[in-house]
Design a binder for this molecule. Structure first.
Ligand SMILES: [Ca+2]
Ligand SMILES: [Ca+2]
Ligand SMILES: [Ca+2]
Length: 219
């Protein structure tokens, strides 16, 4: 980035304004752990998911755990298996309960069934704090097969967050300044890496005005 361009963009940021439109992009990331679906498992079984770390300020729209499993034998009453999660490798039912597999979710012992659970607010913070979540299948004497487990989290991106990190800040301004007056923006280069916010093909005053607007709204 040249110094001249940075100064220009900063000046414009102070004087520009007024232009505004609503563009909300979906941003979901997921992590899938696969198992050997032919390998029978007895008793409790744990695994871990790992996602990128999330910056503070991200608004989570959904966070789900999807498990595909076949329950060959339920074991003793209450004929269910419980899914727990944890921030550590220690699990407890009161904070970590995610959901249950039962004879209604898995009616036949001959088939795999896929079930998706919504994580609770506290459990989502365990994902956000370092991107990782520990999961445990708790059985009551049963035997089962696991195919895969997927942890997915969806973040609501800030409008016009050029560097999509849930904050409108100097990083976005610097990024825009680096692309100042680029005129070859299009779908092929993701509109100059989001810097061409209005998709006009060029990074110019209109884009700086838009960033300024979001800056005022979000800071
Ligand atoms: Ca964690
Ligand atoms: Ca940003
Ligand atoms: Ca533009």
């Amino acid at each position: 980035m040249s110094k001249k361009n940075t100064i220009c963009a900063c000046c414009f940021l102070l004087i520009a304004g007024g232009w505004h439109s609503s563009v909300v992009k979906a941003a979901c990331v997921e992590d899938t752990v696969t198992f050997n679906p032919n390998q029978g498992i007895s008793w409790n079984y744990g695994w871990s998911h790992s996602l990128p770390e999330f910056p503070e300020g991200c608004v989570v729209t959904s966070c789900t755990l999807t498990i595909r499993a076949q329950i060959w034998y339920w074991g003793y009453y209450p004929y269910r298996q419980d899914v727990l999660c944890s921030d550590t490798t220690t699990f407890n039912f009161s904070e970590g309960f995610v959901g249950s597999l039962s004879t209604s979710t898995h009616p036949s012992s001959s088939y795999f069934y896929t079930r998706t659970f919504q994580l609770q607010a506290d459990q989502i913070t365990w994902v956000l704090n370092d991107g990782s979540l520990h999961v445990m299948m708790v059985t009551y004497g049963g035997t089962y097969y696991l195919d895969y487990s997927t942890l997915e989290i969806c973040i609501e991106p800030l409008e016009d967050d050029i560097v999509e990190d849930c904050a409108i800040d100097l990083l976005d301004l610097a990024f825009l300044a680096e692309r100042w007056l680029y005129s070859d923006c299009g779908p092929g280069n993701n509109w100059c890496d989001n810097a061409d916010m209005d998709h006009s093909g060029e990074v110019n005053l209109v884009d700086v005005g838009r960033l300024a607007n979001q800056w005022l709204i979000n800071n």
